[in-house]
Design a protein around this ligand. Structure first.
Ligand code: IMP
Ligand code: MG
Length: 184
């Protein structure tokens, strides 16, 4: 089994490049069908979603626009529960269909807050798309419209997701190895 070191922790293989590519293609096809001719705005939540968004964008077969925002709420391996402000939303989304693109929904705190902020701007439609979700953890008053994978409540890294800033360039997704002691 592939075991890799990211910063000071060992991680093991969890979701392969092939499985990710297959789900991303399915989601792209589904969203394209659902938003045919409506020119949705894909609103990508940085940093973690940049890899997913790049692949998903190339699987869309109906015209769309794309824009990037930031809402940092995570430090190391546990949620700080404190939402930083939404940065970078320059578009006027009033009357437009918007699809939020996330890498992962963990507690749901980030998404819940983001949805509240965006609803006040009166988009014509507001949907949630995430590559990953931890259903045991997710709270909040929203539903996930497109989800790549439901995963257990373990810390993962790769395909855009980081552990303290590291590991984002890994082509597949890895899960923390709870048996391996941190290094250093
Ligand atoms: P939430 O507000 O608890 O739903 O957290 C959402 C954000 O936390 C995501 O956009 C990620 O940036 C980060 N996050 C949550 N779980 C993980 C994980 O397992 N690995 C890396 N980042 C994570
Ligand atoms: Mg994120």
């Amino acid at each position: 089994m592939d075991r890799i070191l990211v910063k000071d922790r060992y991680f093991k293989s969890f979701i392969s490049e092939e499985e990710i590519a297959r789900r991303v293609a399915e989601i792209g096809a589904q969203m394209s069908a659902d938003f045919q001719g409506r020119q949705p705005l894909l609103l990508v939540v940085l940093n973690g979603s940049f890899v997913f968004a790049a692949d998903l964008a190339r699987r869309m077969t109906t015209p769309f626009t794309i824009s990037f925002i930031r809402v940092r709420s995570y430090d190391g391996m546990s949620s700080t529960g404190e939402l930083k402000e939404v940065i970078g939303l320059s578009e006027d989304i009033e009357g437009r269909p918007v699809i939020i693109i996330e890498d992962i929904i963990d507690s749901g705190f980030t998404m819940d807050n983001l949805l509240k902020t965006l609803r006040r701007k009166n988009p014509s439609d507001l949907r949630v798309c995430t590559l990953l979700a931890k259903p045991e953890n997710v709270k909040g008053d929203f539903s996930i419209d497109y989800c790549g994978f439901n995963i257990p409540n373990d810390f993962i890294v790769g395909y855009g997701l980081d552990y303290d800033g590291y590991g984002r360039g890994l082509a597949s997704i890895y899960v923390v190895d709870p048996e391996a002691e941190p290094v250093g």
